[in-house]
Design a protein around this ligand. Structure first.
Ligand SMILES: [Zn+2]
Ligand SMILES: [Zn+2]
Length: 247
């Protein structure tokens, strides 16, 4: 299977100790055959992350580096059960791509119903392209409900390579990802593979995702990383919805 896109990466702007820049990530992507790279630093709701001025400036950055097309987005925190995202509407409207994720500094892990409500309402806002790592043991989720809402709103479900790595920090993600893939296969929901690399090292590395995809006989046509044109078409309605909010 040819994978041309990495949908989830972080630079120095996310903190967490990485000092690599967008250019470093693009160079690594080029070396690994990635043609489309989404740079998705944490939203300003995380204290160590960049402020909104950084995200505003991204639209002036080169769209192509080392021959790799770049998408400038964010991994936005979902901060409450209304599905509020940790970035202003005005700056969200500038983003090429928005991943919505639950992280402990911004959303205290709660019961299944509460965690699910937060993500479901974020998706229902119509502004979210991808639900990030819904495989975190700290955040029990009603996965069938989440996958149904993703289907309805054309939002992709992420299979996160870092969650599945042996040193992954989201607990035992594999059974949850297995359930997710089963549901996505059944309901024909698109899945995006994200390396979630902090820095250049893991860019384009999907080895643990691929193992599980094979184990689950997950259909290639539902994996968006195989087709830049499919991926771009899935982003379009959410980008439009983000722009509408500030018009
Ligand atoms: Zn995350
Ligand atoms: Zn991330």
């Amino acid at each position: 299977m040819d994978l041309f896109i990495d949908t989830h990466t972080h630079t120095v702007a996310s903190g967490h100790g990485s000092t690599d820049t967008i250019t470093d990530l693009a160079r690594a992507a080029k070396e690994r055959g990635i043609r489309l790279l989404a740079v998705t630093d944490h939203s300003p709701s995380i204290q160590e992350s960049a402020r909104e001025s950084y995200f505003r400036a991204l639209r002036f950055c080169e769209p192509v580096r080392y021959g790799v097309r770049l998408l400038y987005g964010t991994e936005a925190d979902v901060t409450d059960t209304n599905g509020t995202l940790g970035m202003s509407d005005e700056v969200l409207a500038l983003m090429d791509l928005v991943i919505a994720s639950l992280h402990p500094p911004c959303f205290h892990p709660s019961d299944r119903e509460t965690n699910t409500l937060a993500l479901v309402n974020a998706v229902k806002s119509g502004r979210v392209d991808i639900v990030g790592h819904p495989d975190d043991e700290k955040y029990p989720l009603d996965l069938p409900t989440l996958v149904d809402v993703c289907k309805e709103y054309g939002t992709m479900v992420e299979l996160n390579n870092s969650s599945l790595a042996p040193d992954g920090y989201r607990g035992n993600a594999k059974p949850l990802d297995t359930q997710l893939l089963k549901l996505c296969k059944e309901k024909k929901v698109y899945v995006s593979l994200g390396s979630d690399s902090h820095g250049r090292t893991g860019v384009g590395d999907f080895r643990y995702c691929l193992e599980l995809i094979r184990e689950c006989s997950f259909p290639e046509e539902l994996i968006v990383n195989t087709s830049p044109s499919l991926f771009s078409s899935l982003l379009k309605p959410h980008r439009e919805a983000r722009k509408q909010l500030v018009r």
